[in-house]
Design a protein around this ligand. Sequence first.
Ligand SMILES: NC(=O)c1ccc[n+]([C@@H]2O[C@H](COP(=O)([O-])OP(=O)(O)OC[C@H]3O[C@@H](n4cnc5c(N)ncnc54)[C@H](OP(=O)(O)O)[C@@H]3O)[C@@H](O)[C@H]2O)c1
Length: 362
Amino acid sequence: MATREATWAYRDDHHERFARTYFRAFGNCVVSSVGIGTYLGDPTDEADEGYRDAVGRAVASGVNVVDTAINYRNQRSERVVGDALAAADVDREAILVATKGGFVPFDGERPADPGRYVREEYVETGLVDRDELVHGQHCIAPDYIDDQLDRSLDNLGLDTVDLYYVHNPETQLESKSRGEVYDQLEATFTRLEKRAAAGDIRHYGVATWEAFRVPSDHDAYLSLPEIVARARAASDAAGTAATHLRAIQLPFNVFMADAFTVTAHDGAEGPQSALWFANDAGLDVFTSASLMQGQLTEEMPGDVEARLDGDTRAQRALNFARSAPGVTSSLVGMGSPEHVAENVDAGTFEPLGAGAFDAVFE
Ligand SMILES: NC(=O)c1ccc[n+]([C@@H]2O[C@H](COP(=O)([O-])OP(=O)(O)OC[C@H]3O[C@@H](n4cnc5c(N)ncnc54)[C@H](OP(=O)(O)O)[C@@H]3O)[C@@H](O)[C@H]2O)c1
């Protein structure tokens, strides 16, 4: 488990090379504002090798946030993260390891008959109730998430996951009412509170693609204040002293800035953007797709790029995401080890200050 002492020691070893706000608070820990993601790429041994090398280089050079999910590359990403962390000459307690559960994962490779695999592995074994499976591939019911967390701990070779996300819960809205999805989240949060009390996870969160950045009348919308209220109720039900809900993850980049521009979450003084609501509620924000899945390295609006520091376009794009209010860390997928040094070096430049960031949108 990441600890205050080890993450601060990690920061002390690396911070002189970076600009002032590169390391940021996460609970009582301190983490890098560039994190490594492991989503894209083929489920092959060759891609495993690339990620293994990239994760090793990242944690050796000032990145102590590693993000994965059980379904990424058919569980290969989690397994490679586990291998890379075990092999790294870095204290495991210095690293924030985050993973996610929700999408039913395949095991190493895509089966010839995916429907049959899910039926035999999950439905007929009683792990997933057919009514709780959306699109034949997504479930966030408590018993299922419990089982997925066990598998993730096993894949990662860890005793504790530092941050466990419920993955894209908005997928459930395709076959359930919003009220039913909130009820299910509360039940699953209650289970995660218990897993936190047992030491299997340190914190939990909600990772989304659309839910928090779309307007409130959008089909995929979920309300952050409601999520926070449900987490508090879950903590009461589980008997934990305070909720372990700690973070959200959502896409944010130069082309997808709606988490900052769309005010869809009711705060104390009226509607707020997801980023400002999270900031005021004390939730850490991790940005996904910080390079728009690589597209920003090819094109970026010139007027925005001109305001950003960095030697390369990837660095400038990452520095945009790192500049947004309330962002703790911007995740960037790096299956190619040669991208690591360039992306980590984004942190040697100052992000935009609050005034300069707001001015981008004027
Ligand atoms: N809903 C969710 O929960 C969700 C959704 C999406 C992503 N995520 C998380 O967020 C992480 C980041 O998002 P992402 O991976 O989708 O997209 P991303 O970080 O915006 O882009 C990753 C892509 O950019 C390429 N790249 C990285 N650095 C580069 C550089 N310096 N120059 C040129 N190309 C570069 C990568 O190539 P290589 O791989 O070849 O290095 C990869 O193809 C994911 O890995 C995942 O952990 C979560």
